[in-house]
Design a binder for this molecule. Structure first.
Ligand code: WT7
Length: 635
């Protein structure tokens, strides 16, 4: 019997030990008992972090949609797979059964085929949180096409970069999207992006907001009539275990976004296993993750993880603030949500509003609460625990990354005792370690260092699309034979992990991963700017906000500083998206640099955080005098 479902602490330790002692046996038993395979694997694991090369279940064949949909049809075809909750609370929610989902996915898959899309082709999906988003993701997987979902808050430039990087032939979008009281012209953004994407032959357009849009002859097609005409039968394409399932872009500290490639079998096994355990999902439960499918959280824990367990997963189109701050709790009551998974930034924002927004609703259906994306501070944790969980629902602080595919360090509710700000212990199969600056593993407890993983787990990303060298350099070159996460962490006396934050130039703003370099590039495009540097500073809702230091070409310019600030943020919005806008922009005449010309961000970070008591040694700087000047003018 495999240890698919862990229920108490001793069992966790037992299972964990087994997963480390014999990882292959551990994952093999789980794979064998809980999934549908067309052909069995020859070898469970082959790996070499120095290349790096990682293969799980090599030789096996499967289709992930058979696991997520078909195999549930006989026992629970009429059970709800997806509950769609629209932006506007007066619009009816939609309950999509597994049978219905099967039908929709097959029709969509046939539409894709009719447009010439097949195994290995890349499909860009740029959709709001409407059922077509989940359906199109699964339709790609059905036919072996590789989906690349781009979060529909990204700008046209960001979208174009992602379409071109992996040569998508087709884009799936909608006329527009609803976001609270606003509508967004998604099709217009796609049109702009496609001006610089020569390879896109077809654009499929879902109708959502019924706006007047431009349809380009020979390229753009309304989706619904095609779906209506398509057959509801589509045999699944039989895929190899290591065939790519999807590409998802994440920002790096430098350069263009990294197209993380996830493969099929390992990703399926790992997301299913972690979903079951981290949320303690039982048949009939209603599970809701508030993330967008445009992020890894949505891929793994709205679509694949829940559906492979035959769960009911809620998809919410709207925002927590519309029509008012009670919206989340109204949805919890309406659908009797049992597991609720959100980001610390949302909790902090909600905690600032009057409690009456929570008290109006009965949230007693909740059993497990989750957080993800950034460290959760103690106040937010307590607010969540007291007012939402009523001190009766364990909080799972789940640490993981786009690159890890699934949750890595997290409590198992009802088993692991939780402590605020600690993600606690590694899940089975995960072997974390902390490294010091001399590249040695810090053994024993307590300990602090850079967080690495020593051994492969099934859902680790296999490469960066088109740039394996960068994959190696970014994750496997800092420490020999280890996957480097980019995060710092500490381990307390009991072995619990607390993630302290990024140790590279990635800044997490409202749970979104932002690289400093692309933002600086956008700022530097402004005619008046000669140089810039971005750092994060603490923000009570966003976790971190962005602080920009900008040197103007002509520092004596008569231009109004606030106008310049607006123009810079406008540029960032166009190049990346509104999430990357700067909260503060300080104009300065210099930036602290080392003698080799590297900007000393550590100093800029401290100044922006108003933490200048210990700036460290500034005497080695090329230009130590600018430090005082920057401090005197800090915003
Ligand atoms: C980075 C990854 C994985 C889904 C969402 C983010 C930070 C994530 C936690 C947590 C502290 C966390 C890390 C990580 N992070 N979860 N529970 N506690 N920090 O995915 O965009 O790839 O970002 O988010 O810094 O490296 P992502």
């Amino acid at each position: 019997m495999s240890n698919y479902h862990i229920k108490h602490l001793e069992e966790y330790f037992q299972v964990y030990r087994k997963s480390v002692r014999d990882p292959e046996l551990f994952w093999e038993e789980i794979a064998e008992e809980h999934f549908l395979w067309r052909k069995r694997w020859n070898k469970v694991l082959e790996w070499d972090f120095s290349k790096p090369e990682i293969k799980w279940f090599e030789g096996a064949q499967l289709n992930i949609t058979e696991n997520c949909i078909d195999r549930h049809l006989t026992s629970k075809g009429e059970h709800t797979a997806i509950i769609f909750e629209p932006n506007d609370p007066s619009e009816a929610a939609e309950h999509i059964s597994y049978t219905d989902l099967h039908n929709r996915v097959c029709r969509f898959a046939n539409v894709l085929k009719s447009k010439g899309i097949g195994k290995g082709d890349r499909v860009c999906i740029y959709l709001p949180m409407i059922p077509e988003l989940a359906v199109s993701v699964l339709a790609c997987a059905r036919i072996g096409a590789i989906h690349s979902v781009v979060f529909a808050g990204f700008s046209s430039t960001a979208l174009a970069t992602r379409i071109n990087d992996c040569d998508c032939k087709i884009v799936i979008t909608s006329d527009g999207s609803f976001r609270g009281a606003k509508t967004i012209d998604l099709k217009g953004i796609v049109d702009d992006a496609l001006d610089s994407c020569q390879g896109v032959e077809t654009v499929l357009v879902a109708k959502r907001i019924n706006s007047e849009i431009n349809m380009k002859e020979g390229r753009d097609l309304w989706l619904q009539p095609l779906l209506d005409d398509a057959s509801p039968k589509c045999e699944p394409e039989i895929m190899n275990a290591e065939d790519p399932l999807f590409i998802l872009y994440t920002s790096g500290s430098t350069g263009k976004p990294k197209g993380m490639v996830h493969s099929t079998a390992g990703y399926m096994v790992y997301t299913a296993f972690t979903f079951k355990n981290v949320f303690q999902y039982h048949q009939g439960d209603i599970y809701w993750c508030t993330a967008d499918i445009g992020w890894i959280t949505g891929h793994s824990y709205i679509v694949y993880g829940p559906l492979s367990n035959g769960a009911t997963t809620v998809m919410f189109e709207g925002v927590p603030t519309y029509p008012d701050w009670g919206r989340f709790w109204q949805i919890v009551e309406k659908h009797q949500v049992n597991q609720f998974y959100t980001a610390p930034t949302a909790i902090r924002a909600l905690a600032k509003e009057p409690l009456t927004h929570v008290e109006k609703y009965n949230v007693s259906s909740l059993k497990v609460l989750g957080t993800v994306g950034e460290p959760i501070n103690e106040e937010a944790w307590h607010w969540y625990n007291d007012h939402i969980g009523k001190m009766n629902s364990p909080i799972v602080d789940t640490w993981w990354q786009t690159e890890t595919g699934g949750i890595m360090i997290s409590p198992i509710p009802f088993a692991t005792p939780t402590i605020p700000t600690f993600a606690t212990m590694p899940l089975p199969g995960v072997q974390p370690c902390l490294m010091n600056d001399d590249s040695e593993e810090v053994k024993g407890n307590p300990a602090q260092g850079k967080l690495c993983i020593k051994f492969p787990w099934p859902s680790i990303a296999r490469t960066i699309w088109g740039d394996h060298q960068r994959y190696k350099d970014t994750y496997f070159s800092t420490f020999e034979n280890k996957y480097f996460t980019g995060d710092g962490a500490l381990r307390d006396m009991t072995g619990y992990y607390r993630i302290t934050g990024r140790v590279d130039d990635v800044i997490i703003v409202s749970g979104h991963n932002l690289g400093t370099a692309p933002i600086e590039d956008a700022i530097n495009e402004h005619q008046a700017v000669s140089e810039s540097a971005i750092v994060g500073f603490p923000h009570d809702v966003k976790g971190n906000a962005l602080y920009g230091y900008v040197i103007l070409k002509d520092s004596g310019t008569e231009r109004d500083r606030d106008d310049l600030r607006k123009e810079i943020n406008q540029l960032i919005t166009e190049r990346i998206g509104p999430i990357a806008k700067l909260d503060k922009i300080q104009f300065t005449t210099g930036l602290p640099k080392t003698r080799s010309g590297k900007i000393m961000r550590r100093i800029l970070r401290k100044i922006a955080s108003k933490d200048t008591s210990n700036l460290g040694d500034t005497s080695t700087l090329l230009n130590p005098e600018v430090v005082q000047d920057i401090m005197d003018n800090v915003l």
